[in-house]
Design a protein around this ligand. Structure first.
Ligand code: CO
Length: 208
């Protein structure tokens, strides 16, 4: 059985190069982490949070799942969000989708894909809610890109509807929730300009 020696070798090289540029780097980081951002992104291997925004270890707290979905009953995602907001006191929560997302495409195409269909149902909710707008786009790729964007905006809403974010606002702790989308084609991020940072932006029905 392979022991993945290549990965351990790469790790030794990386650790050595970091120590060369900053001998105290790991010692300082081991003492505490103080990230300003929580990144909620897709698990896709082509969308690595730290590299895309050029941040070092310690600078961004990360949660990733298939198609960057925030579900009110997902204890994993909610626990990450609570730790990030209540303990680390991040100032920004960023939901980051990406064009060319396999989760979005699979949800759009439907079919029987096994267990994951239950997860992708959340994207189909978004599709259903915006059906007229999506149907008006002739080109399939553009339609899928729009669904990627609409999904991000829906998940931004879900983050804001949590007790975690609303309780932070109630105690006047600044937390801004942003929606971005990443392009695999050119490596660039786009701000969907749907930032929410106060309770008044939330529909009454979702207020705690
Ligand atoms: Co994806």
């Amino acid at each position: 059985m392979s022991k993945l020696d290549n990965l351990f070798e790469k790790n030794r090289q990386w650790s050595a190069s970091v120590k060369t540029s900053d001998p105290d780097f790991f010692r300082k980081l081991a003492a505490q982490q103080n990230p300003e951002y929580l990144w909620i992104g897709c698990s896709d291997s082509r969308v690595p949070a730290n590299q895309i925004v050029g941040l070092l270890p310690g600078e961004i707290f990360v949660h990733r799942n298939v198609a960057n979905i925030v579900v009110h009953t997902d204890l994993n995602c909610l626990s990450v969000l609570q730790f990030a907001v209540d303990v680390l006191r991040v100032k920004h929560v960023i939901v980051v989708g990406h064009y060319g997302c396999g989760g979005i495409r699979t949800a759009y195409d439907g079919g029987d894909n096994g267990l994951i269909d239950n997860w992708l149902r959340n994207i189909q909710d978004v599709h259903h809610r915006h059906r007229a707008r999506l149907d008006a786009v002739q080109d399939r790729e553009e339609r899928l890109n729009l669904l990627c964007e609409l999904n991000v905006m829906a998940q931004v809403g879900h983050v804001c509807h949590t007790t975690i974010v609303q309780n932070a606002w109630a105690r006047e702790q600044p937390v801004a929730v942003h929606g971005w989308v990443y392009s695999l084609v050119d490596g660039q991020l786009k701000d969907l300009e749907c930032t929410v940072d106060r309770l008044e932006q939330i529909p009454d029905a979702y207020r705690v």
